[in-house]
Structures are given as C-alpha cells and as structure tokens.
Ligand binder design. Structure first.
Ligand code: MN
Length: 197
C-alpha cells in the first residue's frame, strides 16, 4: 500500500494565498477513524504554522475533547465506529445549547458523496462538508471561510465594547480615584483598633 503526496514549492504567490492564517491561531478537532486520513489531514493542516490539531478516533472521543477544550473548527467524519458523525454532531449541538456556549463550526467529511448529502448534513446541524480524499485547496478554503467569520465577529465585539465604554465615560464624566493599597488600609484599621483598647 502506498500513496502519493503532492507538495507545492513555497513561492511568493503561495505564501500570499495562505497569509490569512498568519493572524489566526486555529485549534482544530479532527474526528476521523482511519489512521491514514488522520495523518493526511493533520499533515495538511500543520504545514500552516499556527494550526494546532487534536485527533479523535470516533464520535464519542470527539465529544470528550469538545467538552474539555475550545476549538475553532471540527472536522467530522460521517462514518465512524462507536459513534458516527451525525450522532456526535447532535450531542455537540445539545451541549452548546445546554451550556449556552457559542457554536463551533462543524465540517462533515464523507467518502462517498451522494445526491442530497449536503442537505442531509446541513439538516443535521453541520455547517459545511468536504469530500474524501481531502483536497488541500478545498480544506484551506473552508478554514479560511470560518476563520474570517471568527475574526469578523471578534472585531465586531471589540467595536461594541469600545462604543459601550465611550458611552459610559460620557455619561459618568467623572474621574475615578485610585484605590488605596490594601496594606495601608489594614494598618489603619489595626492602629484604630489599638487606640480603642
Ligand atoms: Mn470513517
């Protein structure tokens, strides 16, 4: 058994194409039962310097990692032993709802793309899907799509926070006195206490 990997020389054009990951530290959970696919996806992702990967061998393991850690993206194989990708997705969505945490994008991985698959995966609550064998460009496009969404939501959040702070400052329009160090306060209390005795 053997397989071929195609490597691209890192010229300026390629560097520029993948520049998006330069200011994005992604943590990606790979739920995939096949060891060759695990290695291949991990290798594809980790050539991009700041992408960190965690591998789960089935849906149940994926849920375990998901509950313990915060990921930016989950790559979810559909066919896995113990627990498949659809069931694991349901559990993850239930957990997000129960814990009121923000949604982590889930990308389905499927070997045999059948008609209606995309609709089926989206209906199951998945955000996108990729067909196996994984195409490098398609994988990078998906990561780019979700990392840009993340950066955008972070920018919006920061902007809202700034605006809110500005409004508060304008409303209060007072200078806040710096707090006195705790030690000084404590000594003062002791001194006061001694005077009373
Ligand atoms: Mn599988």
């Amino acid at each position: 058994f053997f397989f071929e990997l195609e490597f691209q020389l890192c010229n300026d054009e390629v560097k520029q194409q993948h520049n998006f990951s330069a200011n994005f530290n992604a943590k990606i959970l790979i739920a995939e039962d096949h060891p060759v696919n695990q290695k291949l996806i991990k290798a594809l992702l980790e050539t991009k310097g700041n992408i960190e990967t965690t591998i789960a061998n089935n849906g149940q393991e994926a849920i375990g990692f998901f509950k313990k850690d915060k990921f930016d993206l989950i790559l979810m194989d559909i066919q896995m032993p113990v627990m498949d990708g659809i069931e694991a997705t349901h559990e993850i969505l239930d957990f997000e709802k129960d814990e009121e945490i923000s949604h982590t994008p889930i990308v389905a991985l499927t070997a045999n793309a059948l008609k209606g698959d995309r609709e089926r995966f989206l209906a199951a609550g998945m955000d996108e899907y990729l067909t196996k064998p994984i195409n490098k460009e398609a994988l990078m496009n998906v990561i780019k799509k979700f990392s840009e969404a993340k950066l955008k939501s972070r920018e919006t959040l920061e902007k809202l926070e700034q605006e809110e702070m500005q409004e508060q400052e304008e409303f209060l329009n007072i200078e806040i006195e710096p707090e006195k160090p705790a030690v000084e306060n404590k000594n003062m209390i002791i001194a006061k206490h001694n005077m009373l005795e």
